[in-house]
Design a binder for this molecule. Structure first.
Ligand code: NDP
Length: 472
């Protein structure tokens, strides 16, 4: 079976992807499991060498990969950045993981004759299900540390953006990693089959699909690490540097056409600086250009998934109907592909979908607040808890507010820093996710189960030591 694939710049169905049927997927899983034994036995240094070969192969396939990603997403610069970013991520993990797992014996606290040592046992087969917004980055973000841990990995990219899978598979083959790293193609049914085939699943995508994956994983009693949607707030306190706040707000909302989990989707501004902030943001947003007709110019790419454009239209219409004012943008532009210019709104309330539901587009709704407590309450009034941002006159003040926000990562005096900085461990709060941090060393150690070796250095205790009359 084949699925037609839409081109986000033209709207044409100009590509087809062959679906991996369930029987084939199960065969691939069996083959990966077999190869995993040798992969694990290679040791971390051997796996580091293999992953470095993959980084080199990705460099050789840079043009093909970036070209395919450009077709998938309708943007060229971010496509190239995705390839560079993945190579950087491999280099970073390879430099960090050797020697990270302590294996030394530890003397018992309660009984010094007994000592114990940890043994780190990787999951045999890890499944990765990725979304369409950063197709390469999010297919490999969990796969790289899982491979270094000694797991085999099966990846299912989104059917919306599958073109990059061909050049990626070629690089994997060239690097000699195909026995332990496989790509399968298809839609939700393929994703479901993958969950049935693996020992641990890493899912990046929406909350509704994440729930389905979690239920399926729970039925199989396997862990599901979920990285889901967000509704990230930005709070700007009186005294903040307004130019910096405008710069960060615009980049945080508009970069990648807002199609990023950590995009800013709600802005709360202290009442005394509200009007000035809005005026400066409108001036800055008015200069943002679509990357159409020339893909080599502009800051804003097309909406990758046409159904997402319907959500954006609905949220704008709902906000307008309930009294919001649209100061810039506001209409999806149809050039075959669909673009939305930065859409700044004021007069919004939490009764509007644009303030409650994930937008995943370049819409910037702004609300004034009077007290800091009110700003915190508004920011926390959400089902999501992915990330947030605070601007203040100084970092201590920003951090004090940040600590009160229900979000897994808080950018201080900037926005959406989790897109640029991957070293800080963080979890997703509320409906935004489940499981240990994918960032920091936990992003690696989560792919091991801990086995305890517990050694008796004295003599085993006899049963008589537990007899009723024994002891006092
Ligand atoms: P979806 O949840 O629609 O899809 C994600 C992946 O799951 C796709 O590969 C999809 O396949 C697959 N899938 C669909 N149904 C099932 C199923 N029943 N079982 C298993 N897999 C299934 O998300 P989107 O692709 O629309 O991505 C956008 C979402 O991703 C946003 O909510 C965004 O916030 C979130 N996201 C979260 C990030 C984070 O780190 N927290 C980062 C980036 C995005 P197919 O597409 O082929 O149907």
């Amino acid at each position: 079976m084949e699925i037609p694939v839409r081109n986000p710049r033209t709207g044409q169905m100009d590509h087809r992807v062959a679906v991996t049927d369930t029987a084939t997927l199960m065969d691939i899983a069996a083959r990966l499991r077999l190869a995993q034994k040798g992969w694990r036995a290679l040791g971390v240094e051997g796996r580091v060498a293999a992953l470095r070969r993959l980084a080199d192969a990705l460099a050789r396939h840079q043009e093909d990969l970036a070209g395919a990603l450009t077709m998938d997403t309708g943007r060229a610069r971010i496509a190239r950045m995705e390839v560079d970013g993945v190579r950087g991520s491999i280099a970073g993990w390879c430099a960090t993981v050797p020697g990270q797992l302590p294996e030394a014996w530890i003397q018992g606290r309660s009984n010094p004759a007994i000592r114990h040592a940890p043994h780190w046992v990787p999951y045999e087969l890890v499944g990765v299900i990725s979304p369409w917004n950063f197709p390469l980055t999010l297919s490999l973000i969990d796969a790289i540390p899982a491979l270094l841990a000694g797991c085999a990995v099966m990846i299912k990219p989104s059917e919306v953006t599958p073109r990059f899978a061909g050049p990626l598979a070629a690089a994997i083959l060239e690097a000699g990693l195909a026995p332990v790293l496989a790509l399968v193609c298809g839609d939700g049914a393929t994703g479901q089959a993958l969950v049935d085939a693996v020992d641990c699943v890493c899912f990046t995508g929406s909350v509704p699909t994440g729930r389905k994956v979690a239920v399926r994983a729970a039925q199989r009693l396997i862990p599901a690490f979920l990285e889901l949607g967000g509704k990230d707030p930005l709070i700007i306190l009186d005294g903040a540097n307004l130019d910096d706040a405008v710069t960060a707000a615009l980049r945080g909302s508009v970069l990648a056409t807002g199609q990023a989990c950590q995009s800013l989707e709600r802005i709360y501004v202290a009442a005394p600086i509200h009007d000035e902030f809005v005026a400066r943001l409108v001036a800055a947003a008015s200069k943002v250009r679509l990357n159409f007709p020339d893909i080599g110019q502009g800051e804003i790419g097309p909406i990758i998934f046409d159904r997402q454009a319907d959500i954006l239209r609905q949220q704008i219409a709902d906000a307008r109907a309930k009294g919001a004012m649209v100061l810039t943008g506001g209409e999806v532009v149809d050039h075959g592909g669909l673009w939305l210019p930065p859409t700044i709104m004021t007069g919004v309330t939490h009764d509007m979908a644009v303030m409650r539901e994930e937008t995943f587009g370049p819409i910037l709704p702004i609300m004034p607040f009077v007290t800091v407590e009110q700003a915190i309450a508004l920011a926390n009034d959400s089902q999501y808890g992915l990330s947030a941002a605070v601007f203040a006159a100084d970092l201590d003040q920003a951090a004090a507010v940040g600590r009160l926000l229900v979000a897994g990562a808080v950018s201080l005096n900037d926005a959406a820093l989790t897109a640029l900085f991957h070293e800080a461990p963080k979890q997703s709060f509320r409906d935004s996710g489940l499981g240990p941090s994918r960032m920091g060393m936990e992003g690696y150690t989560r792919f091991f189960r801990r086995q305890a070796l517990i050694a008796q250095t004295g003599r085993p205790a006899p049963l008589s030591a537990f007899a009723e009359e024994a002891g006092g």
